[in-house]
Every structure is written in C-alpha cells, then in structure tokens.
Design a protein around this ligand. Structure first.
Ligand SMILES: Nc1nc2c(c(=O)[nH]1)N[C@H]1C(S)=C(S)[C@@H](COP(=O)(O)OP(=O)(O)OC[C@H]3O[C@@H](n4cnc5c(=O)[nH]c(N)nc54)[C@H](O)[C@@H]3O)O[C@H]1N2
Ligand SMILES: Nc1nc2c(c(=O)[nH]1)N[C@H]1C(S)=C(S)[C@@H](COP(=O)(O)OP(=O)(O)OC[C@H]3O[C@@H](n4cnc5c(=O)[nH]c(N)nc54)[C@H](O)[C@@H]3O)O[C@H]1N2
Ligand code: SF4
Ligand SMILES: [Mo]
Length: 748
C-alpha cells in the first residue's frame, strides 16, 4: 500500500511548524520536515530536533487517550465513567445548558480556554450567541496585556510575542541591530527566535536580556540585567530617563508622531539609575550602559514574555517598554518592532476576534461580565473603547477579546457572588493545573451543576467533570494559522482519520460548539458543516478554497510587509491620532495614563511581617523542554527525559537550609505547600526560588483525593488569585511574585 503524504500544522507548541505526515489508511507512519514551510530554516531539523515530534505515535495512539464521549457515573471525582455516543452527549449537555440558562440566566455559564493550539474563536462565538459574557482565558496573563497596551497606545494590538524572529538581508546580515528580551526563555519556548537570535549574534546583533534567573537566554546576552522579580517598570523607566537625558531619542519621530513626550519625560525623571538600582537591584551603571546600547543600535526589537506579562505591575512595565521602543524610533521600521496590521482595504482572511461575534452579545449581558467593573482594560469596557478607535483603520483586525476576570469568576463559582455561576466548559484547558490557586479552582468546579471538559486525556480537571469529550489533534483536523505576528497565514490539511468506527471518535472544537449551538437555536451562525467548509469560506478573500490554497499557493499567504504605515495612514488609530506616550484610553478608563512602578504586594519590602515566615521570593513557570504546560507527563519517552518537577535555588541559600542538589524540597506559601526536586542555579539571586508549573502525575489514581497527584507538585497550589493582588487595569494575577519558604523533605 502506498503511503499518503499530507502537509499538516503541528500545534504541540506555538512554533506551529508545518510538517509532512506520512500515513497509511489514515494512520500515522512517520513525520518529516516540510520544505515548503517558508520558515523551515528557522528551526533545527524538526523531526530530529523536536522531542515532541519524536514521540508523535506514542501520543496519538496512547492507550489512555479518551476515545469516545464519557459520562460520569456515581459521585463527582470518583473516576467512574460510562461511554456514550456523541449525539447523546451533545443532546444532554445542550438540554442542561438550556435549563440552567432558564434558572439562573445565561451568565451562569463560564468557559475556560487554554493557550492557542486549536480554533480559539469557537468558544467565545458560542458564548456570545448563548448570551454569556463570562469567557475566561489565560490571555489575561499571556499576551492579553501587551495586546491591550499596544491597542491603546499604538492603535494596533502590537504583539511582542515569540513568533517574531530576527530577519536578515540578502547578504545574511541581521536587519535588527539590538534585541532586548524581557522575561522570556526563548531557548525553551520559542525555537525560531532562539535560532535566529543565535545566528544574529554571530553577525554582531547586540543582545540585552532582562531576567532575574540565569538561563540559556541570559548566557547568550551581551548584557544581562538581573532584575529583582516584579520591578521591570522601574528598570525601563530608568532607561527612558537615561535616553532622554542624554538626548539619544529620535527627535524627529517623537515631534511628528508622538503625543505626551513632556509628560513621560517628567515621569521618567523620577527614575534616575541610582533610584532604579535600589528598586531593581540592577547596578546603575549597567542600566546606563544598556540604555545607550539600545538607543544607539537601532533598529531594535523588544520581545517580551511571561516574566513581564505575569507581573502585578505588568501593564506599566509594558507601557514603559513600548515607550522606550517608540522614542528611539523603532516602531514599524524594518528590523524594528513591526506593527503587523494590514491597513484598511487589503483583502485578508477574517481573523479570530472577528469570528467571535462579540457585537451580538447584548449590552445588558455585557454589563454582567464578572470583574469588568474592576479591571477594565481587557474586559468589555476597554474593548468597546479601543474598538471604537481603531476599527476603521485596520481592516477590522485590531479587535480585542473581552475577557471576564478569571479569578473572580472562579470565586463566583465557589461562593455564588455576585451571582451563581453554575455551569462550566473547559476546552483545551486544564484549570486544576494551570490556573492560580488550585484549592479555589477545586472548590469552584466541585460546586458546579454542570462541568464539561473536552481534552485528549483524563486530566485532574476532567476528573471533576460530568462529561469528558474526546478531541481531534492537529493531525486529525485542518488548521489555518496566522504567523509572522498575525497577518500571514499558513494552511495545513487533515492528515489522519479522526473517526474510525469502533476505535475512536474525535471531534474538533468546531464540531463540538457547532453541535451545541445547533441544539440551542444558533443555527444561522454555524452554517458551515465542517471546519474544512469554514476554512474554505475564510479563505474566500484570497479567491481559494483550502485544498486550492494548499495546491496552488503551498498553503501560504504572506502579504508584502509595509513599514512606517503611519505615514500612509496619516497617523495612529488612537484618540489623538498619534502614538500615545501618555495614553488617552487609559485616562478615559479612569487610570493613570503613564507608567509607574509599584512594589509587588507580596514581597519582602511590602510585607516584612509575612517575610519573617516566608523569606524567599517565588517565581514560577519558566518554560521547559520537552513539556508544554501541563501536557505530555503520560508520554513515557518524554517523561524519561525529565521525570520530576524541578525547583531552582541558589546553592548558597540551599546549603544554609541543608538542601543538596537533587534533594526533594517543600515549597510553601501562605496558600499551601508542594514539593519539587532541588536544582542548584548559581546565577539565581540568593533570595529567589524558581518552581516549574504544569505538574500533575497521570500515573497516580484519578479519583479523589489524588486526582492524578494534583496536590503534590503543582505550583499553582501556591499562587495567589486574590483580586486585590491583581494588576489594577488588566486583572492579571501574580504568577511571578510571591513570598515562600523552602525546606528539605525528610524521609521516614
Ligand atoms: N504558575 C504558573 N501558571 C501558569 C503559567 C506560569 O508561567 N506559571 N503560565 C500560564 C500561561 S502563559 C498559559 S498560556 C496557561 C496555559 O494553560 P492551559 O492552556 O490550560 O495549559 P495546557 O496544559 O497547555 O493545555 C490544557 C489542556 O489542553 C489539552 N489540549 C491540547 N491541545 C488540544 C486540542 O487541540 N484540543 C483540545 N480539546 N484539547 C487540547 C491538553 O491535553 C491539556 O490538558 O498556563 C498558565 N499557567
Ligand atoms: N516548551 C515549551 N514551550 C512553550 C510553552 C511550554 O509550556 N513549554 N508555553 C508556551 C506559552 S503559552 C507561552 S506564554 C510561552 C512563554 O514563554 P516565555 O515568555 O519565555 O515565559 P517563561 O518561560 O515563563 O519565561 C519567563 C522568564 O521570566 C523570568 N522572570 C520571572 N520573573 C520575572 C520578572 O519579574 N521580570 C523579568 N524580566 N523576568 C522574570 C523567568 O525567570 C523566566 O526565565 O511559551 C510558549 N512555549
Ligand atoms: S512541537 Fe516541535 S514540531 Fe511541533 S510546532 Fe513545536 S517545535 Fe514545531
Ligand atoms: Mo501562555
């Protein structure tokens, strides 16, 4: 039998590589590199270099993968399941949702979505049509903040995320002269940026890294700024101060295109390097040196990661970093911080947010969004305001998602306030492991009248569900994905059989939400019977169907880049029409228009009382290979590479506590205690501990109290979700700052 070769997009991480899938009768034979992926050279040979790919068969054909819909039998958390058909599952879930909507109102349904690895827009679309504003997402602490800040100040949701790469000219010289990487482990998390940054460095690219922890990324840096956790705003404000004082900023650009220079200059005067040194622990001289290198090596690129998104002071830090990039003239220039948008009039396929139909949710329901009154930037109030500014300039692409506040929704589920949230759906999301304050998440999920999980595995979250539904993975469905910052698209076709009667019935997220929507009166909005049919429609502006897109264009859409688009568009899509160094949108929402540093609310400085018992600072979740968040712990060959959760600590601190490299240690915060294995990191500040996230233990029993070991090493047991500690504008919860203590696990 001949093998079929299909080009599909791997979504086991955000690199979204396109790969060739060799199959026989719909079953995987092997994966190979796809030379028609234009980004193929940006990663080392994937089939050899990527651990997740090496185990593809083990994953896809794993005996524990959920193969048919399951319905709970007995008590919640008993790990007792009955196999049912998809029709029964969808009928029953839709019936229950309808009844709960009658009883409590549509807002009683919340959905949790995880990080982008499938059609993220399907859930919000269903929710908007169902009538609930309570979609929550890690987006609030994962690039939602930078999208919000970019949309407010630039008029375009600039995403300084890891799908940026260093570009090179025809001679192989880097177009970017300097990159400042903040709070990002690119070696583990962003393979393409990692590869191009290393190539660039060989050709003179200057690299500045801001991170409290020594990593492979800091090892690559020309200058490593080892900030005290949570203090990035002060560092960037100080760099702005130096650049303005030394008059190294781009005067022509600032005069012509920016609003609020005098205001930011005045605010930055509060942060001379000597003051910033006291706050950040970065020596004043190093701050000066970094500022000068950054300002004199333009164009520069300034990607950041979770080390900035997940701070209590995140929004201010992002504002300051954006202002830094703006005043040296890096915005939207070749080799700089490119604004990925396409000006109005360019034919492009509809993007995720536009597919969510947020405008069909009534104002009355929007007003019920939990947390929107407290945290306005990323919820409906901010979205409406920003959208009203920029919808005409950017082909309708610069739309923000509007999230309810995740912790406050969880609290509503647990406590019934401000109103009962009694139904929940988790799709590609594992809140018992990835959301802050696991004990509260547990209480919330236990208190639901209906909980549905759609995943590949019986995760700790799934163990608390009433229905668990099987899912098609990337190879079993088509994917059309943005890359290059959001506008370029790459397509992939279905390579393997999702449905094999008697063996497995994997549905896509689209099938699932459409199935519910059709049963709940949303027929007209789900007119495409399949995801393929939907993609055919989505690609219409390009004049092709998905198969034609693959065949005629190699599945690539890459619009010509246009730089300095503000010249052509005569400004920025902001209230003043300028790039706002002082933000009118923030002002209209009732917030400070300028960035300012605030001490994390749980630090040795703000809480000396608590620091007596918990003297160390905990940062969490630095990415690790070969894992992706809470995934892959059941894949034997992957688990062998990294069998245990690891926490890093400076050897001097550990030795004082009698902890050896490799010992198990307890990590305790006011929220709880878990254990991880000690790894000495001599580059880590002596007062800081770093703990891995994503750990559950599939090998442990699924029923309560174990829930697959969710209480043993899961760092989110320790993380706070108190709204009082969340960022006051975005509501982001503090994943990177907490007080803790550690002690050795004694064997008895
Ligand atoms: N303490 C701490 N917590 C963190 C972080 C941190 O740094 N520190 N990082 C946060 C960040 S940035 C993020 S984005 C979140 C991520 O949080 P999540 O998105 O919840 O994490 P994952 O474990 O990637 O995915 C959850 C589930 O989705 C399933 N899944 C994967 N692909 C598919 C699919 O195609 N369809 C379906 N139906 N299911 C699928 C997986 O099997 C997995 O069980 O975690 C956050 N949590
Ligand atoms: N292998 C793998 N790849 C992944 C993922 C995965 O789980 N596994 N997850 C994907 C997802 S959803 C995301 S969001 C990205 C995230 O990837 P990154 O953005 O790279 O996030 P982290 O790995 O959490 O890196 C955060 C870094 O910030 C540092 N940090 C902690 N506190 C501070 C601080 O106060 N200031 C500064 N400046 N730095 C600080 C930490 O030490 C750490 O090195 O990775 C994506 N890629
Ligand atoms: S898991 Fe590997 S092959 Fe798949 S997208 Fe990520 S880097 Fe590419
Ligand atoms: Mo993320």
């Amino acid at each position: 039998m001949t093998q079929k070769v299909t080009r599909a997009i791997c979504r086991w991480c955000h690199a979204d590589c396109r790969v060739q899938v060799h199959s026989e009768k719909g079953k995987l034979v092997k994966l190979a590199e796809d030379p028609t992926d234009p980004r193929v050279d940006e990663i080392l040979p994937r089939t050899r270099g990527c651990p997740r790919h090496l185990m593809a068969k083990e994953y896809i054909y794993h005996p524990d993968r959920i193969k048919f819909p399951l319905k709970r039998v007995g008590g919640r958390g008993d790990n007792n399941w009955q196999q049912i058909s998809w029709a029964q599952a969808l009928d029953e879930i839709a019936d229950k949702l309808g009844a709960l909507r009658e009883k409590y109102g549509a807002e009683t349904l919340m959905t949790t979505h995880g990080t982008a690895r499938t059609t993220s827009w399907t859930g919000p679309r269903f929710m908007n049509l169902f009538g609930s504003p309570n979609t929550v997402s890690p987006g609030t602490i994962c690039y939602g903040p930078s999208v919000g800040v970019g949309a407010a100040q630039l008029g375009w949701p600039q995403q300084y995320r890891g799908d940026v790469t260093i570009d090179f000219d025809e001679k192989g010289e880097p177009l970017t002269k300097c990159i400042i990487i903040t709070g990002m482990t690119i070696s583990e998390a962003y393979p393409r940026l990692w590869k191009t940054a290393r190539d660039g460095k060989k050709k003179g690219l200057k690299i500045i890294v801001v991170d409290p922890r020594q990593t492979k990324t800091t090892d690559l840096a020309d200058i490593w700024l080892r900030v005290r956790p949570g203090t990035d705003t002060a560092l960037f404000m100080s760099m702005i101060n130096v650049i303005i004082e030394k008059e190294l900023y781009d005067k022509a650009f600032v005069d012509k295109w920016c609003y609020g220079f005098a205001e930011i200059a005045e605010r930055a005067r509060e942060y001379p390097p000597e003051v910033a040194e006291k706050i950040t622990s970065v020596p004043a001289e190093k701050i000066r040196e970094a500022a000068v290198i950054y300002a004199t090596n333009t164009p520069g690129l300034s990607p950041h990661g979770m080390g900035m998104e997940q701070l209590e002071n995140s929004i201010d830090a992002m504002q300051a970093r954006l202002i830094l990039a703006a005043i040296v003239g890096n915005i939207d220039v070749k080799g700089g911080d490119y604004m990925t948008g396409v000006p109005a009039g360019t034919p492009i396929p509809a993007a995720g947010p536009n597919l969510e139909l947020a405008d069909l949710l009534s104002d009355e329901q929007k007003a019920k969004q939990i947390g929107a009154g407290s945290f306005k930037l990323l919820s409906h109030p901010g979205r409406e305001l920003i959208w009203s500014q920029n919808k005409n300039m950017w082909s309708g692409r610069a739309q923000l998602r509007a999230y309810a506040h995740y912790p406050m929704v969880i609290h509503a589920m647990a406590n019934g306030k401000p109103y009962p949230v009694k139904a929940a759906i988790s799709v590609f999301s594992n809140p018992m492991v990835t959301q802050a304050n696991t004990k509260m998440v547990y209480k919330a999920l236990k208190n639901t009248e209906l909980y549905v999980v759609k995943d590949f595995w019986l995760t700790p979250s799934a163990q608390l569900a009433d229905y668990v539904l099987p899912s098609a993975c990337w190879a079993e469905r088509p994917n059309v994905e943005p890359f290059g910052g959001g506008v370029a698209l790459i397509g992939g076709e279905t390579a393997l059989s999702a449905i094999v009667p008697g063996e497995h019935e994997y549905y896509t997220e689209y099938d699932f939400y459409r199935g519910l929507g059709m049963r709940l009166g949303q027929d007209e909005h789900w007119r495409w019977e399949t995801l393929d049919a939907f993609y055919d429609e989505r690609l219409k502006p390009l004049g092709v169907t998905l198969p034609e897109f693959m065949e005629k264009q190699d599945g690539i859409f890459f619009p010509e880049r246009e730089y300095k688009k503000y010249e052509k568009m005569n400004g920025f899509a902001t209230p003043t029409g300028k790039l706002e160094l002082s933000s009118k949108i923030f002002e209209m929402l009732g917030y400070d228009p300028l960035p300012k540093f605030e001490e994390p609310k749980e630090s040795p400085i703000s809480r000396p009382d608590l620091a007596e018992k918990y003297p160390l600072s905990l940062i969490t979740g630095g990415r690790i290979q070969p894992y992706y968040h809470s995934e892959h712990r059941q894949i034997e060959s992957i688990r062998k590479m990294r069998p245990n959760p690891v926490a890093q600590i400076n050897p001097n601190t550990a030795k004082k506590l009698g902890i050896d490299n490799g010992d198990w240690m307890w990590i305790e915060t006011p929220r709880g205690v878990i254990k991880q294995q000690c790894e000495y990191n001599p580059g880590l500040d002596e007062s800081v501990v770093h703990g891995e996230h994503g750990w559950w233990l599939p090998e442990q029993p699924g029923q309560e109290p174990w829930l697959h070991g969710v209480w043993e090493s899961n760092i989110n047991v320790l993380v706070d979700d108190d709204p009082a500690r969340c960022n006051e504008r975005s509501g982001g919860w503090p994943l990177k700052t907490a007080l803790c203590r550690v002690y050795k696990v004694k064997e008895y």
